[in-house]
Design a protein around this ligand. Structure first.
Ligand SMILES: *Cc1c(COP(=O)(O)O)cnc(C)c1O
Length: 391
């Protein structure tokens, strides 16, 4: 097998052919500025409105509550910094998040701490769940915002969002969720889940990179991060990424309409790999919850080894995966998520994430298992950590 086997769909996904075809006319053929008042401007404005309606249908909200952004990171920053800056003059300078958020959330919180805000980082249990009770106890009269992710990008755990949202509703605190991993993978309903703001990003569900959404419930008003022209209801200035927005709308519509088949396919591949690896490789362990996890996510620790070593060996066999510390690739610290679920440093270091997409096949899953069954024992035989454990 010489082809690349791409098992890192949590990092990004290939653009679906149908999505690409839908996007192509919006670069050179229909190029008008959506803010211009002549026919070729109206065409692009209509295309954006169509995508806005597609997103609204997928989330169960109004099109006027959908705001296009430059990426998931921007959406997270807007929700968090925008809410903090809006409510600080009212004396609300406290925010709540979890210990296992993506860096787009955690580093936005860090930045606010440096500006005098106070942040509570809720712990998670050994499966990665945030407790609604803990959240309830952490909310204070000066809490401006709660931000808890819908599904974790490393270990796949799906948080009890409807319950966490209900706690916020009851306490009258605004609730944001980073749904970048969840969108297009599991059902989302912002009404039923009590969500006030939600981030998503097209490139995680077979859409293009560089295009995200922030859903903002009517009546909620985070401060603008980008001021300028009157785009996006005067809340997010900048000439729209028309082709990207068209691609996002189409990709989300396709992902949501095929959600169940897609999930069943990914889950079948994932369960095959998890069961076979846990059976055939001594001491391999699955991180996260067995059931309440993203259909395509397998986070597996291989004690005695460094994830980096496994990653390089897999790459030599044409397999793309990720270590548990993908976002820390320039640091030697193990992932904050794996430490938060209580893994010792040594095991956190030997953790790999395999994330399956709709394009992956059973043959690829089998090849991954065969390769791991070969490289893990070989590397362990040379590993002083493993040998000292066994001594
Ligand atoms: C990928 C990701 C982001 C960042 O989205 P970008 O569009 O790449 O900026 C944020 N949160 C989570 C959970 C992610 O997986």
């Amino acid at each position: 097998m010489n082809e690349i086997i791409y098992l890192d769909n949590a990092a990004t996904t290939p653009v679906k052919e149908e999505v690409l075809q839908e996007m192509l006319p919006w670069f050179a053929q229909f190029y008008g500025n959506p803010s211009s008042h002549y026919s070729i401007g109206y065409e692009t404005k209509d295309a954006i409105d169509k995508a806005r309606a597609q997103v609204a249908a997928a989330l169960n909200c109004q099109p006027s509550e959908v705001y296009f952004t430059g990426c998931g990171t921007e959406s997270d920053n807007w929700a968090i910094k925008g809410s903090a800056l809006r409510l600080a003059p009212k004396g609300k300078k406290h925010l709540i998040t979890s210990a296992i958020e993506h860096h787009a959330v955690l580093h936005a919180m860090r930045s606010l701490e440096q500006q005098g805000f106070e942040v509570t980082y809720l712990p998670v249990d050994s499966k990665g769940f945030v407790s609604p009770e803990d959240l309830k106890a952490a909310i204070r009269p000066d809490t401006a915002l709660v931000s808890i992710m819908m599904a974790n990008n490393e270990i796949g755990t799906i948080e009890p969002i409807a319950k966490l949202g209900a706690v916020c509703r009851e306490k009258g605190v605004c609730f944001h969720t980073d749904a970048v991993q969840a969108a297009g993978a599991i059902p989302i309903d912002v009404q039923a889940m009590n969500i006030d703001m939600l981030s998503l990003s097209a490139h995680k569900f077979n859409g293009p990179k560089g295009c995200g959404v922030l859903y903002i419930r009517k009546g909620i008003a985070p401060l603008n991060l980008l001021d300028g022209g009157g785009q996006e209801g005067r809340r997010r200035a900048g000439t729209e990424n028309v082709a990207g927005i068209v691609g996002l709308g189409k990709a989300l519509e396709l992902a949501v309409s095929s959600l169940e088949q897609k999930a069943a396919h990914q889950k079948a591949l994932r369960d095959y790999v998890v069961q076979r690896i846990l059976k055939n490789i001594p001491e391999a362990r699955l991180n996260g919850d067995a059931d309440k996890r993203l259909p395509g996510n397998a986070s597996i620790s291989f004690p005695g080894l460094e994830g980096e070593t496994i990653l390089l060996d897999l790459d030599m066999h044409g397999i793309c995966a990720s270590t548990g510390s993908a976002c820390n690739s320039d640091s030697l610290d193990p992932s904050h998520v794996l430490l938060a679920i209580g893994l010792p440093h040594e095991i956190a270091h030997g953790t790999m994430r395999f994330s399956f997409g709709p394009q992956n096949t059973q043959e690829e899953a089998e090849f991954l298992c065969e390769t791991l069954e070969q490289i893990i024992p070989n590397r362990r035989a040379m590993s002083p950590i493993w040998n000292s454990r066994k001594a």
